[in-house]
Design a protein around this ligand. Structure first.
Ligand SMILES: Cc1ncc(COP(=O)(O)O)c(C=O)c1O
Length: 462
């Protein structure tokens, strides 16, 4: 095991040896047993997949499949891609990652930042389609001289990485006392590799799989038949075919957790404990707590947090995204008020003492029009930022750093109360491009586009 208290020769020495953290007792008062979280998002690439990336690359080098100057080509929901990027950068390989467009923009941006050529494919295609991300990766790899496709879904070294790294590390942290291990499966590498190790140590350890509805794995485990797959939003887990790396025989039971519960749990864990998982970590914890509630006080249950919540700031951790896609309850049109139409981005206000260059930057970057100007936080509404006047001053060569926003204002448009019926915003926006909304003394802009985008958040049948 690596020692992170010493200087690491390369970032690869920082892979693994992640903390095992106790879930606070009061997180779920119905749980009597000990619940521990393997915080594997604290790997350099932000997920447990760094472990398999390193293991698969070393194995491919040994087998002569990957040679100096070679290129790694992999299909990934983002995390294996990021892990492989870390390894490729440290060892001097080129890398192409093929990723479905369902995955978060943060993950795609991170792959590019880590030096990958990124190919984005549609997520709503059949697994047999040549546009499916697994097929695209295979084709690209076959077309490039010296390219190697790890194919994590069917690579024994994926499972072995968890058998030789994650599982023994966790077993040692637990002092060989473990009763239940809970994890979701995408490729199945984590569940199968760790499950195999734990069963070998103690056949009484229960291995529990977790699946989103729409994946075929839980159904296959129970009925040994492939059912129709369906859409779900949690990333990295669930499958539409049976991956070779997934071993149903070591699994004792399966739990199915809807996206809405997974996301709510991830958000609650982050806000209440500072442990900041992605959606699949939330999914694992929902299943883990359900089982933990049935266990005696002296039992110990462990689940894993595969990746980092920061990769989902635009999704699981965005109230706008959750509302737009129905993961927060919709408000019925009979009860909806103006505040139900507001988006996070609308929280943009200028203060009269701000200078004009700052206001110009805010107007450009925040995409909010018009920007309200207040006399300090919670202070009187003075007007809105006058963009045309600012541009004229700029053209005249004025020093905008030296001028305050107070010198560059237009009168405020109609102001609505946040708790007025939402129809008031519709009526007002018939006559103007934007209104301001008084949210407890903070004045926020609402324009026609915001209104149109927000209408789908309301329950029109209510
Ligand atoms: C976020 C996340 N959670 C869980 C998993 C499942 O891990 P495994 O592929 O080992 O089954 C993955 C796999 O990509 C993942 O990205």
């Amino acid at each position: 095991m690596n020692d992170k208290t010493q200087i690491c020769d390369t970032i690869l020495d920082a892979i693994g040896n992640t903390p095992l953290v106790r879930l606070p007792k009061d997180f779920d008062p119905e749980v009597k047993c000990e619940v521990l979280l393997k915080v594997d998002y604290l790997n350099p690439g932000g997920s447990m997949k760094d472990r398999i990336a390193l293991h698969m690359v070393h194995a491919a080098e040994k087998k002569g499949l990957l040679k100096p100057g070679g290129r790694i080509v992999e299909c990934s929901s983002g995390n294996t891609g990021a892990g492989l990027c870390v390894v490729a950068a440290a060892l001097g390989y080129d890398i192409t990652v093929v990723i479905p467009d369902k995955m978060s923009s943060e993950k795609i941006a991170a792959l590019r930042a880590l030096g990958a050529d990124v190919v984005v494919t549609p997520c709503n295609v059949d697994i047999e389609s040549p546009m499916h991300y697994t097929k695209v990766a295979g084709r690209i790899a076959s077309e490039i001289e010296g390219a190697w496709w790890p194919d994590q879904y069917h690579n024994r070294d994926n499972t072995d990485a968890h058998y030789y790294s994650t599982a023994p590390e966790l077993w040692e942290q637990c002092g060989a006392k473990l009763d239940v291990f809970v994890a979701g499966a995408g490729t199945g590498g984590t569940l199968s590799g760790m499950g195999r190790f734990f069963k070998e140590q103690n056949p009484n350890v229960k291995i529990i799989g977790v699946d989103p509805p729409g994946s075929i794995l839980a159904h296959y485990w129970e009925h040994q038949e492939i059912c129709d797959s369906g859409p779900y939003a949690v990333e990295g887990v669930g499958e539409e075919e049976v991956p070779g790396a997934w071993d149903p025989h070591i699994i004792d039971s399966y739990e199915v957790v809807p996206d809405i519960e997974s996301f709510a749990m991830a958000r609650r864990l982050a806000a209440e404990t500072g442990i900041f998982p992605g959606g699949s970590g939330g999914m694992n914890l929902v299943a883990a707590l359900k089982i933990a509630r049935t266990l005696p006080a002296d039992a110990r249950l462990v689940t894993i947090l595969p990746d980092y919540g920061k990769a989902y700031l635009s999704k699981v951790y965005s109230e706008d995204w959750l509302r737009d896609f129905g993961y927060l309850p919709k408000v019925g049109i009979n009860n909806a008020t103006v505040i139900d139409l507001m988006r996070e981005k609308n929280k943009a206000v200028l203060f009269s003492i701000d200078n004009v260059s700052w206001a110009v930057r805010q107007a450009g970057e925040r995409g909010v029009r018009p920007l309200p100007v207040q006399d300090g936080l919670g202070g009187e509404l003075l007007g809105v930022f006058h963009e045309d006047r600012a541009l004229a001053l700029l053209a005249e060569g004025k020093d905008l750093d030296a001028m305050s926003v107070a010198d560059c204002m237009a009168p405020a448009p109609t102001v609505l109360d946040a708790h007025a019926p939402w129809q008031e915003a519709v009526e007002a926006l018939k006559h103007c491009e934007a209104v301001l909304v008084d949210v407890r003394g903070e004045y926020l802009s609402l324009d026609r586009r915001d209104l149109l985008q927000a209408l789908k958040r309301l329950d029109h049948s209510a």
